[in-house]
Design a protein around this ligand. Structure first.
Ligand SMILES: C[S@@+](CC[C@H](N)C(=O)[O-])C[C@H]1O[C@@H](n2cnc3c(N)ncnc32)[C@H](O)[C@@H]1O
Length: 318
């Protein structure tokens, strides 16, 4: 299958904002190229033998996305254009030009794999299923992931923010609701941290296959992690399948606008005192999420954590 590749020339400063914008538009699978040198801790955490030689960082970046023949490229590009005009008011987006080229399916379905290497989040080692465990990390809590075409390698800041909150709140045997489960990485991490069971939902059908494959890769029995495709915000079937007032922790790493909607539904599924971990929130939308959670009598906000431009807010059901 032929894919059209669209490449936006922008600044490194704007990359997270653009990735959030593309998410909102429904563009999946973006590719980011820049010349920002890795930090010392990134270099230590990546376990790669040879670091690529990069030209000097000039502050520019390229963000690419792919559309196939079924996508309405004209309508999507119009939405991108409008989104970029709005973003310009908050952040320096640089040139903002988009160029189009054709590519083959295999380019983007598999190319990312060469950049996905084992890495650590605190005492947790996350590694692609196809890589060896680095000798020096054999003592770490191992999570093996192949996201396939679903979201969730663990590299994204928002996933790591959620993982750190799970480390804090998961106690032996707790029940977890994993909203926007993607590859299942958060639910699987919770199980490895001692949770008793997970129920996951996602709009993306690829998430169902990815979760099953990743459970197998991690030696976790399927009955520990139920997963359904659907939207808990407004589908009674999904709400019933999840069950009511039965979760100790709900985690939703989606998007600020979705968190604002989903937080109205989450309390009916949480036990009293249950914890709601949210992320996927770009900093310029933090206040809107905070306002929504504050206006919801069911919740009290416990803490806010940050990584780069991304935010996680954790609340408790009163
Ligand atoms: C940023 S990814 C997170 C994946 C994984 N949980 C992680 O932390 O890496 C967000 C996921 O939420 C899904 N999603 C978006 N809106 C949703 C909704 N209303 N209900 C369930 N899933 C949703 C997307 O399909 C995507 O898989």
């Amino acid at each position: 299958m032929k894919w059209k590749k669209f490449t936006l020339k922008t600044t490194t400063e704007a990359v997270d904002y653009i990735s959030s914008l593309f998410d909102e538009i429904g563009i999946q699978g973006i590719e980011i190229e820049d010349n920002v040198p890795l930090t010392e801790s990134e270099t230590k955490g990546m376990f790669i033998d040879i670091l690529p030689e990069l030209p000097p960082d000039d502050g520019t970046a390229r963000v690419s996305f792919y559309l196939d023949d079924d996508d309405d490229a004209e309508a999507i590009l119009k939405e991108v254009d409008e989104g970029l005009s709005e973003l310009r008011q908050y952040v320096e987006i640089g040139e903002g030009t988009i160029t189009a080229s054709e590519t083959e399916d295999k380019d983007w379905i598999n190319n990312w794999k060469q950049y996905f290497k084992p890495f650590t989040v605190d005492h947790i080692l996350i590694k692609p299923t196809w890589e060896e465990i680095p000798e020096e990390h054999k003592d770490k809590l191992l999570i093996q992931i192949d996201p396939g075409t679903a979201f969730g390698t663990g590299k994204h800041e928002t996933t790591q923010l959620c993982i750190r909150q799970l480390e804090k709140y998961v106690k032996p045997g707790v029940r977890i609701l994993d909203l926007g489960t993607g590859s299942g990485i958060l639910g699987i991490t919770a199980l490895k941290l001692g949770a008793g069971s997970v129920f996951g939902t996602d709009l993306d059908e690829n998430a169902i296959t990815a979760v099953h494959e990743n459970l197998e890769a991690n030696g976790i029995p399927e009955e520990k992690f139920g997963v359904v495709q659907g939207n808990i915000i407004d589908e009674k079937e999904v709400q019933d399948a999840a069950g009511y007032e039965c979760y100790d922790i709900a985690v939703a790493n989606i998007l600020a606008d979705v968190i604002i909607m989903i937080q109205k539904e989450v309390p009916v599924h949480l036990k009293q005192g249950g914890i709601f971990i949210t992320s996927g929130i770009i900093d310029m939308k933090e206040q809107a999420v905070r306002d929504a959670l504050s206006q919801n009598d069911a919740f009290e906000i416990l803490e806010t954590t940050r990584q780069g431009e991304w935010v996680s807010i954790t609340a408790r059901k009163r």
